[in-house]
Design a protein around this ligand. Structure first.
Ligand SMILES: [Ca+2]
Ligand SMILES: [Ca+2]
Ligand SMILES: [Ca+2]
Ligand SMILES: [Ca+2]
Length: 281
């Protein structure tokens, strides 16, 4: 188990940014705000508009009470009382994203003790359906959401602290997920992960912090189709348009550069045409 340093198990603090310079007191831009009770042992918080009123809301993973607290924002930096939804055992991390394509944010929760991920689909009004749990690795501590295979459906990536690996659960599109596929984290005790395109091929990659080996692993996504310049999982007219608009570009940073040699020319067109239609519906 990972040591949990904080003994502040009571509430979520909200610090309001001080916007008026003339009113500045002290050295920093923040001052302590209100506290809002949540569940027991809150470990992680995420921000998003969960009820579609343009006011940011909070979702909190509560390790001790095996649930997630949702606090709807009133738009002025204050929040309504927490509503709690059951998750798995030992929620450690929570991420927000539209997992079923209905434009209402959903919740993904990494449950350390039960070794799974809970998915709670949002109804759009700030309430959530019952958790559906998907097995991950041992002691999952972090979850992130991104379309990892380029099919336009969000997927889940999970860092598993005790099994030293990362689980990827591909989204089906209706809010359900395929079985986890595990990848070595590249270090010991992966505890946190983040997703971004680290090599510029339009496919999201993973960065994973490894608690025991004191390093960060970079896991490059291998699923990009050569020629899929806009990363939508299909090599087609849109990509050809990008390439032609970029024709003759040199010196790197060329959007039409399929082979990563720093320019956009005949070789890139050849690659695109060789993969024409791949991945398209
Ligand atoms: Ca809201
Ligand atoms: Ca949704
Ligand atoms: Ca996907
Ligand atoms: Ca990439």
């Amino acid at each position: 188990m990972v040591a949990r340093g904080s003994q502040l198990r009571i509430g979520v603090s909200v610090a309001l940014g001080m916007l008026c310079a003339s009113a500045a007191v002290g050295d920093g831009p923040l001052f302590p705000g209100a506290q809002y009770p949540v569940g027991d042992g809150p470990h992680s918080v995420a921000i998003g508009d969960l009820d579609g009123d343009q006011a940011p809301d909070l979702a909190v993973a509560n390790f001790g009470s095996d649930n997630v607290s949702v606090l709807l924002g009133l738009g002025d930096g204050t929040f309504a009382g927490a509503v709690n939804y059951a998750a798995g055992n030992g929620p450690y991390s929570v991420a927000l994203g539209d997992l079923d394509g209905d434009e209402a944010p959903d919740l993904a929760v990494a449950n350390e003790v039960s070794g799974n991920v809970s998915v709670l689909l949002g109804l759009g009004d700030g309430t959530f359906g019952a958790a559906v749990n998907y097995p991950a690795g041992n002691y999952p501590l972090s979850v992130a959401i991104a379309d990892l295979d380029g099919d336009q459906v969000p997927d889940l990536a999970v860092a598993n602290w005790a099994s030293h690996n990362v689980s990827v659960l591909l989204g089906v599109g209706d809010g359900t997920f395929a079985d986890a596929v595990h990848y070595p984290a590249g270090g010991g005790g992966p505890i946190s992960l983040a997703i971004g395109d680290l090599d510029g091929d339009q496919a999201p990659d993973l960065a994973v912090t490894n608690y025991y080996s004191d390093n960060v692993s970079v896991l490059l996504n291998q699923s990009a189709i050569p020629g899929d310049l806009n990363g939508d999982g299909c090599v087609g007219h849109a990509d050809l348009g990008i390439l032609l608009a970029d024709w003759g570009c040199t010196g790197g940073d060329c959007p039409g550069d399929c082979d990563d040699d720093g320019d956009t020319d005949q070789s890139d067109l050849g690659i695109l045409l060789a993969h024409w239609g791949e991945g398209c519906p």
